[in-house]
Design a protein around this ligand. Sequence first.
Ligand code: HEC
Length: 136
Amino acid sequence: MNLRTKGAFSALLLLAAAAAAEVPADYLRSLDAAARSDVAGFAGFSAARGAAWFNSSNGTDWSCATCHTDNPLAGGRHAVTGRTIAPLAPAANPARLTEVAKIEKWFRRNCNDVLRRDCTAAEKGDVIAYLTSLKR
Ligand code: HEC
């Protein structure tokens, strides 16, 4: 892609993002840049990798699916408090993944609950790719 088509392509992506109230484009770009510097040969986020990761317990008792279920188009339930949790997938809940501060707050909390550490940029990007790939 030459620079001009690349520019037009990014403008289109930004327009598409604004129209559908999608994940903020600058947030995705910063995750992508961080993943590229963390992971040698990083070739972009993967919805399939995100799905596997979302459902795996990574060595603790919990996975993301413990509270959000293995179907993020449906609502979940908090494993400890029993409170219901609205669906995580934007196709079922358009307010999801639209506010960087909120996304980061819950990544911090939930990643520490599930993994006992922060999630990496690659893990966050993969799970966002997974959640946004789901359609009703
Ligand atoms: C112990 C229960 C629990 C687990 C385990 C859990 N979550 Fe959550 N998650 C919540 C609750 C509670 C909220 C906030 C309530 C709400 O927004 O409905 C939330 C919110 C979120 C949000 C906020 C999205 C937005 O824009 O509103 C994201 C993203 C998220 N979780 C991702 C994850 C991921 C990824 C994992 C696995 C690493 C995970 N969660 C594991 C309970 C959990």
